[in-house]
Design a protein around this ligand. Sequence first.
Ligand SMILES: Cc1cc2nc3c(=O)[nH]c(=O)nc-3n(C[C@H](O)[C@H](O)[C@H](O)COP(=O)(O)O)c2cc1C
Length: 273
Amino acid sequence: MNESEIREKTAAGRAFMHMAKEEDPDYKTDQYSGVKQPPLFKDPVSEDIVKLPMDFENLSVNNDFLNVVNSRTSHRIYREENITLRELSFILWCAQGVKDLRGKSYATLRTVPCGGARHEFELYLCIQHVEDLKSGFYHYLPQSHSLECLQEKEDVKDFISVSMNGQDWAKKAGVIFYFDMVAYRAEWRYGIYAHRIALVDAGYVSQNIYLACTALGLGGCAIGSIGEDVCNEAFGLDGDEEFIFLGHPIGRVKDEDHQKELDFYSFVHDYDL
Ligand SMILES: Cc1cc2nc3c(=O)[nH]c(=O)nc-3n(C[C@H](O)[C@H](O)[C@H](O)COP(=O)(O)O)c2cc1C
C-alpha cells in the first residue's frame, strides 16, 4: 500500500466511527420502512441439546464487585483442567442470558446492554475441557439457555491454533467463544450505522465474560486477531450475512502462571520506558 492508499483506508475507518448526518434526507432503515423484523434467535439445527444448569447458588462466586473489577486481567496461560458445566453455564448467562421479552417477540432483554436491544450476536463455542461435554463445536441457544452440539471432535487443538491466527497459547483453553455477527438483525434497525453500534455491543459481552471468569477464579482473553475463514467454515456461516469477528478463550488459571505471563508480555507494560 502506498501512503495515499493508507490515508484513504484510515479515513474510511474514521468515517465508520462517525454517525454522520445522512446526506439523503429520505434514507430510512428497513424497520422504519415497515419491513418485517428478522428472528431474534437462530433455531437449533441439531437434536443433541444440553440444558444448562441455573443453580448458580451452588457455585463459588466472588461477590466482591470492586475486587472482581480490579482483578480482571487477560490470561493466556491455562491449566488443562476441566471447567464445570455449571461454571460454563454461569459465563454464558452473564454473556448473553435472556432475562425478559419485550412485546410478543420484538426484543429480548439480556444480561448485557445492546443498541436497540437487537442482540445481533450468536455465540459459537469450541469446547475442549468441560466436565460432562464431549469436545467439539457447539452453539449457545439463549432462548432456552442450552447448548446444541454441532460436531463432536476429539482433538480441537489444530482448529484452535488456526482459528486464533497461530496464537498457540490458546490451545490449552477449556473453551473458546466465537462471536458471530448476524448482520441484518442490527441493520434492520440501524441500516448503514449498524456496524459501529455492533462493535460497541460486542465489548459488553466480552467484558461480562471477563468479569464472570474473574468472579469464578477462571481466566480468559479477548482475541481480535482470528482466522475468520476457518471459523466461518467450522460453524457453517457464509462469511457475509454472518461471520465470526472476535474470539475469547477461557480456562483454568493459577496466580503463579499469570506472573510468568506478565513477564512474557512485559512489552505491553514497558513500552514507554
Ligand atoms: C478487542 C480486543 C482484542 C484483543 N486481541 C488480542 C489478541 O489478538 N491477542 C492477545 O494476546 N490479546 C488480545 N487482547 C487482549 C489485550 O492485549 C489486553 O486486554 C491488553 O493488553 C490489556 O491487558 P489486560 O486485559 O490484562 O488489562 C485483545 C483485547 C481486546 C479488548
